[in-house]
Design a protein around this ligand. Sequence first.
Ligand code: NDP
Length: 448
Amino acid sequence: MAGFDYDLFVIGGGSGGVRAARIAAGEGGARVGLAEESRMGGTCVIRGCVPKKLMVYASEFAELIEEARAFGWAISEGRFDWARFLGSLEAELNRLEAAYRGTLKNAGVTIHDARAVLEDAHTVRLSTGERFRAKHILIATGGRPFVPPVPGADLAVTSNEMFHLGALPRRALVVGGGYIASEFACILNGLGVQVTQAYRGDAILRGFDDEARAHVAAGMVAHGIDIRLNSDVSRLEQAEGGIRAEGLGEFDLVLYATGRLPNTEGLGLEALGVEIGARGQIVVDAWSQTAVPSIYAVGDVTDRVNLTPVAIREGHAFADTVFRGVPTKADHETIASAVFTQPEMGTVGLSEEAARKLGPVQIYSTTFRPMRGAFAGQPDKVLMKLVVAADSRKVLGCHIVGPDAGEMIQLAAIAVKIGATKEDFDRTVAVHPTMAEELVTMRKPVRS
Ligand code: NDP
């Protein structure tokens, strides 16, 4: 297009931005530039899902060693080497970052390692001083941790710093009750840290099915995490023995995981007429288009459903629509997700509480000790739960707590997404002996 340096300029090299750039350039044949001010890969790859999951794996071995003993292995405890783990983690992140760069380059995307801001509806200015004109601009700048402004908050770290700690603390306080707080509480606990989790509400993991979140919390407590409910940390102070949190004690590390905010500050958006919402998010329509027709936004910066696979779908749908002539809206209905706590939770569809608001339901739910854990003498129980519409018999929600719940829910999600009924589940023959077979063998509702 005459007068434009690029057909598309993407700001942000995370999950959403990279997918959009790759599809627009590779399959759409567009001239695409992408600016990233930090490391390529964004939150998920560099300081979120990926390093977090690797830490979850690292933290599970203490229990696995116990289990191995119960299965007849003569194994001694060993010692966890944090520095060695971090070294391997860094090497893996470097590999992934290089893979992301390679994918973009192969698709023909020009990468600019710089911060970009908008000058007008078609112009971006980079921190290098360069300016580019683009027919379309996609903002995919993600989010950042939010720490409430309590006195002494600067003594705390956020999830960003968790992947670079010089040493593991002896005692840690985790503030918050969401995904990130609960996952890190379990990771630290598994690595041998004494963990207190302080949450302002009366049950962690608000928004998830009540029975499932209670099951997760009970498991976390059984594994040694001290969960303090209705506990708001009003100040932090540096004391001689560590960081003091009123009413909770002294800690070597305080982690705040109290939500995330969209990265929209300083981009020059409001002056251009891009609408910004109450949480600082970019307001977009179902096509991810902002109030300025040439400017689009995807991923956490739009604060819709803040998950990597959703950002990828949004980025892909945008590129299909604008550069491939295939109008596509990202589908935000019935998105499965997993919380990598210990025990793990996988969930798709409606919670029992949300479903009850829509109409009569029947609840099928069972808890049991899985074969492997029972053999090893572990107390942990698995929860399998189906929320079924009483009239249509459709499975509205599926909630699993237990080992590999994330893997199981991905498959159950296909059935729930296509509207399978309880009878469809039931005529599926069980795979035996597994935990997941309980999903197709629950015969009677436990309540209506
Ligand atoms: P969440 O919004 O899930 O949780 C924030 C937590 O902090 C809530 O417990 C909230 O309490 C509490 N909180 C908020 N403000 C304050 C405050 N001022 N003082 C005290 N507590 C406060 O955010 P996360 O940071 O855990 O995660 C951010 C997003 O990242 C999630 O929405 C999720 O989409 C994504 N994510 C997904 C993961 C996965 O899929 N496994 C893993 C990690 C992150 P309250 O409940 O009372 O509001």
